[in-house]
Each structure stands twice: as C-alpha cells, then as structure tokens.
Design a protein around this ligand. Structure first.
Ligand SMILES: Cc1cc2nc3c(=O)[nH]c(=O)nc-3n(C[C@H](O)[C@H](O)[C@H](O)COP(=O)(O)O)c2cc1C
Length: 186
C-alpha cells in the first residue's frame, strides 16, 4: 500500500479482535512514530506501550467521557471499550520543553500529532486498526503509568486487528470550503 492509498483508506477503528499484534508490526508502528518530523528535530514525544489487560481496563475506565467532558452528540466516549479490548494501547506523551513555544502556540501538540498520524497510517498499512483517543482523564492515566506531572499525555491509541468492516469514504468538508487560493476568502 503506498502512502496516498493508506491516507485514503484509513478510518478510525473502535472494535478489535483479540488476535495479538505481532511484535514486528508493533515495532514498525513505533519506528513510524520515531521517523516523524518535529520542531528542530527535538523529538519531544515519548510513548508508553501498554499490553497488560488490567492496566488497559483501568485506562478504559479513565476514558469515560462523562467524567469531565462530553463532545457534542456523544453520551460516552465512543472509543472507551476499544481501550480495554485492543491487544495494546500506545500512550503518546510529550515533554513540552523539548519543542517550540512561539506566538502562544505550543508545538509539542503538532509534533505528537504528526507522530500520531504516522502511527495510525503504519498500523493501517499493516492490516491493523487504531483510533486517536483524546478524551481521557490525563491526571488519572499519568498516575496509573507513573508518568511525571511535567509530561503531557496527548493521546491514547488502541491498536489491533479490526473487527469491523471498512466504513467507506470519510465524511469531509468539500475542498472549496477549506482551501483558499492566494488569499483568505470569507
Ligand atoms: C485529536 C483527536 C482526538 C480524538 N479523540 C477521540 C476520542 O476521544 N474518542 C473517539 O472515539 N474518537 C476520537 N477521535 C477520532 C475522531 O472522532 C475521528 O478521527 C473522526 O471522526 C474522523 O473519522 P475517521 O478517523 O474514521 O476518518 C479523535 C481524533 C482526533 C484527531
């Protein structure tokens, strides 16, 4: 699968079989994250790979949306169960002081965001599925995994073999709504 094909066919996966992820596939996913571009190549990201079922279960409990935040239209985090069911969860963290902080923009979010897309595409290209989970209790997950308080936890990525069939083309705004040529158009 080439890069464009992977980008076009990737969808968020929230249902996983219990088939284990081969260590070499996990390794390829982690290397894809490692290869992402970052602010001044400072590589502020850190990743905690969780495979222990009891710990995944606790992470899932800490991602119950009503604890603190409810995105529009959801009563619970749609990825909550996936965090317990997937054979592994990659917890993507950042050391914010190892990235840019300019014009009030904290670029560690961009660094980890790019690594996150690499993780999801590398998973997909190998027949695995994943989803970016941004809704979770950061303090709770940090305490559970002994992550120091100065490290930010940006996202959780359950990874495994998808149980669900491909969901078809993703719904996206048309290009003419999001792309302007030469100047911004209101
Ligand atoms: C920063 C970010 C945070 C997200 N957080 C969650 C989440 O907490 N739970 C969830 O089920 N999906 C989450 N998603 C997945 C989005 O809902 C999903 O990417 C979007 O609906 C588009 O669908 P697609 O990935 O299948 O193309 C998140 C995605 C991003 C980029």
């Amino acid at each position: 699968m080439d890069a464009l094909e992977a980008i076009k066919t990737r969808r968020s996966v929230r249902k996983f079989s219990d088939r284990p992820v081969e260590p070499e596939k996990l390794q390829a996913v982690l290397e894809a994250a490692q290869l992402a571009p970052s602010w001044a190549n400072m590589q502020c990201w850190r990743f905690v790979v969780v495979q222990d079922s009891a710990v995944k279960e606790k992470i899932s409990e800490l991602s119950y949306v009503e604890v603190f935040f409810a995105p529009k239209g959801y009563r619970t985090n749609p990825a909550q169960k996936a965090l317990a069911e997937a054979p592994l969860v990659v917890v993507a963290c950042a050391e914010p002081t190892h990235s840019g902080d300019l014009r009030g923009q904290q670029y560690y979010m961009a660094d980890v965001g790019i690594a996150a897309e690499n993780i999801m595409l590398a998973a997909h290209a190998q027949g695995l599925g994943s989803v970016f989970v941004g809704v979770f209790d950061e303090e709770g997950v940090g305490e559970l995994l002994d992550i120091p308080p100065e490290i930010r936890i940006v996202g959780l990525f359950p990874i495994g073999y998808p149980l669900e069939e491909g969901k078809g083309a993703p719904k996206r705004k048309p290009l003419d709504e999001i792309v302007f040529y030469e100047k911004w158009k209101a």
